[in-house]
Design a protein around this ligand. Structure first.
Ligand SMILES: Cc1ncc(COP(=O)(O)O)c(C=O)c1O
Length: 350
């Protein structure tokens, strides 16, 4: 604390990211990273881009936006790219989600949402998940300024079908609905095909998870032109060059390597299903996940205790000491070997 702090800093409760341990011999299943290295084309593209490092990068990230637009069959002007989807989301909060009426999001969801609300002075209301930890679209039928939901939701991993997202969008013609699709590539349906017919839908995605590029920091949003223009106005009032040249080059190569993408995501989904079955066999309740993690609890063991004991044996998982979910562990899907080790260890601990 210091007398030089502005009042907003005094009052902040910042987001706490998962631990990035310095020890090499730990099995790290706590921050939903991809366990596989990125496409080799990414490394080649980054290396080829290094001869231009004395120049500023393209402030519009044109090649990247074109690659994303081609992949999703939208126009490049309907794509915004930023430094991780966290930055894209932060710009969305300040540029599109701040209204007189409250922003709605689930009580159990990405814990950065209330932090951005606090930072930007946005009023919000929680909409409780139902007893099965599902988002119930009907519960969002109330006066609001806008809505934001991850799909699949985090940390539950439960996804809504595209049809339910469309119902939500149609039910709020005069409010923006933002869908954070950080984990969509692991088995959920993207809302991107709905963007052409709904001017009140913005979809946000990341290359951190399904493209194995958490270290590069690239995220993007897809929406109709006026929404993207709002994000560009915020970006150019904050940092004109959020994406470095190497990040842009690597991200383009990642989007274009469909073979790598399909192979790795299929492998991760297969490991997830094996892990879920194994945990169920050990008496865990495992929520149905369409993400690269599972959210699970063992009725006879507290979440904090189990997480601590796994850590003592070299496996880190995420535990949230929060109402409704304190008994759960969020376990990232690792390699096949890492998942087997986790199961082996869980069997010895429960
Ligand atoms: C739901 C959700 N949205 C967004 C992000 C941010 O991802 P990134 O900033 O790496 O793109 C995360 C990261 O874990 C997440 O869980």
């Amino acid at each position: 604390m210091s007398r030089f702090w502005s009042p907003v800093v005094h009052d902040l409760s910042p987001y706490v990211p998962g631990e990035q341990p310095k020890l090499d011999n730990l099995i790290k299943l706590n921050t939903n990273e991809n366990p596989y290295p990125p496409s080799p084309h990414v490394l080649a593209a980054i290396s080829a881009a290094t001869d231009r490092l004395h120049l500023y990068p393209d402030p519009l990230a044109s090649r990247l936006r074109e690659a994303i637009a081609t992949y999703y069959n939208v126009a490049p002007e309907e794509v915004f790219a930023g430094n991780g989807s966290d930055e894209v989301l932060a710009h969305t909060f300040t540029g599109l989600l701040k209204h007189d009426a409250p922003l709605l999001f689930p009580d159990i969801t990405y814990s950065f949402f209330p932090v951005w609300c606090q930072l930007y002075g946005i009023g919000y209301e929680h909409v409780p998940l139902d007893a099965a930890m599902r988002v119930e679209i009907a519960d969002y039928r109330r006066a609001c300024g806008a809505i934001i939901l991850p799909n699949p939701n985090a940390p539950t991993g439960i996804a809504l079908p595209r049809e339910a997202i469309e119902q939500l969008v149609i039910g709020h013609r005069d409010q923006l609905v933002v869908i954070d699709e950080a984990y969509v590539d692991f088995g959920a349906e993207s809302a991107v095909p709905l963007v052409a017919r709904h001017d009140n839908l913005l979809v946000v995605q990341t290359l951190s998870k399904s493209r194995a590029l958490a270290g590069l920091r690239v995220g993007f949003a897809i929406g109709q032109r006026p929404l993207i223009e709002a994000l560009e106005r915020v970006k150019d009032s904050f940092n004109s060059y959020p994406l470095g040249m190497l990040a842009q080059a690597g991200a383009v190569a990642a989007i274009k390597d469909e073979v790598w993408f399909q192979e790795t995501r299929t492998r991760i989904m297969a490991s997830r299903d094996t892990l879920a079955r194994g945990l169920t066999g050990l008496g865990f309740e495992v929520l149905p996940s369409a993400a690269n993690f599972v959210f699970a609890r063992q009725p006879e063991h507290g979440g904090a205790d189990l997480a601590a004991r796994l850590r003592q044996h070299g496996v880190i998982v995420r535990h949230f000491a929060k109402p409704r979910i304190a008994d759960f562990l969020r376990i990232t899907i690792g390699t096949e070997e890492q998942c087997s080790r986790l199961l082996e260890l869980a069997a010895s601990l429960v």
